[in-house]
Ligand binder design. Structure first.
Ligand code: MV4
Length: 461
């Protein structure tokens, strides 16, 4: 196990890694930007080092500064968290070149999964089913020919994108040329790679992702699924496990094939394979995230496996101590992302000072947050304030507990999505586990904080 590591991240995930380090006897050094000087991770880490000014490009994305900080502090490894450099293969390579362990997958696996068109081909060769679609398209002509073959509606996606960046739904042939050319320009600007690919659009589907964990010796386990269908502009808002509507046989088959494919590409560490599942329980691989995800606590709550402990153990060369037969899912967990966005202002991100912060507690409640009373949210980063995760024996009890925990959560001084989550839990379609990927689009009037919430359905406590 490492003696000392650097955490090249901020906010709740930095705190999450610091806590795991403390439990494993690993000294934690937090890299922070000037905007995060008064943050809780700086207060809680064993040591800290400033890596630059507030803007991400000058700090959390600044590879030379982060590597210098690691060398100056004499750490053995770097934990990238999620976002920022967590899926940057060049960063992983620079770490290795400088004798530092990158706590994550091999750079080659990150590169292969980072090109979403190449990932589709690689995972198809590894036996996973795909939606009808294409490899990377290099010209409008190629795109038009493929679109004619695949049919409409179709999804146009950026090869270098992922997680919803650079995605467009094209309904009709007459729209295609314009959408393709504008997407190509925007993607070139955003990712310096204008590769686009097409997939047949699957409406009314569930977004199901499988958590996997592999060590350096070819051992791997799948840790169940998370349903992430409730998304706004491709940002996940609520995640839960197990997923309603997924039979055990399908759950087991998706997990088995996901870990088989993950081992086939030479993966190491934690990873997540995202699928779409249609109404007939056919499933299709979409993309693989080669990092720890925001919603990892949902899996931790139902499997009782600490995924950050697992990351640190695997990265330090320890073999997995569990096999697939040891993995058990128990009960039901739901995560609510509490962000500083105003549902009445179309969820526009807001900054501000946290006047009063008193997080929920009690049985089956976990709050992962870096907030404290008086904390001022910096403008440079994403708007995640806290993750509220609830666990209960059944989904109905988890919904009741979620409603109780959200109601008692005190967070004043800036708008949050707490009212949105309370409305969601009162929605009958959600309560019945029938929220598909088009749920929010179809219910937007109900969830903009203006219309009265749908009538309360009684949920058996
Ligand atoms: C799709 C899809 C339907 N068909 N791809 C990919 C990134 C993720 N954030 C959303 N993604 C989707 N990709 C095809 N071919 C549906 C989704 C999707 C979604 C789309 C629109 C609105 C909400 C959504 C929630 C989950 C998944």
């Amino acid at each position: 196990m490492f003696k000392k590591i650097l955490i090249a991240n901020r906010g709740e995930i930095a705190l999450r890694v610091i806590r795991a380090c403390r439990e494993l006897g690993v000294e934690s050094v937090i890299a922070y930007s000037e905007a995060d000087r008064d943050s809780l991770p700086v207060r809680m880490a064993d040591d800290s080092i400033c890596i630059g000014p507030g803007p991400s490009g000058k700090s959390y994305l600044n590879i030379p500064n982060i590597i210098s900080a690691a060398v100056l502090k004499g750490v053995e490894a770097i934990h990238p968290g999620y976002g920022f450099l967590s899926e940057n293969a060049s960063f992983a390579e620079v770490c290795a070149d400088c004798g530092l362990v990158f706590i994550g997958p091999p750079a080659a696996a990150m590169t292969k999964m980072g090109d979403k068109a190449e990932a589709r081909s690689a995972m198809s060769r590894a036996g996973l089913p795909l939606l009808p679609g294409t490899d990377v398209l290099r010209s409008l002509g190629e795109g038009e020919a493929a679109a004619a073959r695949i049919g409409f509606p179709l999804m146009l996606k950026a090869a270098a994108g992922g997680g919803g960046r650079g995605i467009r739904l094209v309904h009709r042939p007459e729209e295609f040329a314009h959408v393709f050319t504008t997407a190509q320009a925007e993607v070139r600007e955003a990712f310096h790679d204008d590769g686009l690919y097409i997939e047949k659009y699957l409406g009314h589907a569930r977004h199901i992702e499988i958590q996997v964990l592999c060590d350096n010796y070819g051992n791997g386990v799948h840790l169940g699924e998370r349903n992430c269908s409730v998304q706004r502009r491709h940002q996940k808002l609520v995640e839960e496990s197990p997923s309603p509507g997924i039979p055990d046989a399908l759950r087991e088959e998706m997990g088995r094939r996901a870990i088989q494919a993950t081992l086939a590409i030479g993966y190491r560490g934690v990873g997540t394979l995202e699928f779409l599942v249609d109404e007939n329980n056919n499933y299709y691989f979409m993309e693989m995230n080669t990092r720890l995800q925001v919603e990892h606590p949902v899996t931790e709550m139902v499997t009782n496996i600490d995924l950050v402990h697992a990351q640190l153990r695997v990265a330090s060369g320890e073999p997995l101590t569990i096999t697939q037969k040891d993995v058990r899912q128990r009960g039901h967990a739901i995560e609510f992302r509490i962000t500083a966005e105003d549902p009445t202002l179309d969820f526009r991100p807001q900054t501000g000072v946290v006047e009063n912060y008193l997080p929920s507690g009690g049985p089956g409640v976990r709050v992962d947050s870096h907030l404290y009373t008086g904390y001022e949210t910096p403008p440079h980063y994403d708007s995640l304030l806290a993750k509220l995760i609830v666990w209960a024996p059944t989904r109905d009890e988890a919904i009741a507990r979620g409603r109780r925990a959200l109601s008692e959560f005190e967070l004043t001084g800036l708008p949050t999505t707490i009212p949105f989550h309370l409305q969601l839990l009162d929605n009958e379609v959600f309560q019945q586990g029938q929220a598909y990927t088009n749920f929010l689009a179809e219910h937007s009037a109900e969830f903009n904080g203006k219309a009265p919430a749908a009538k309360k359905a009684s949920v058996r406590a």
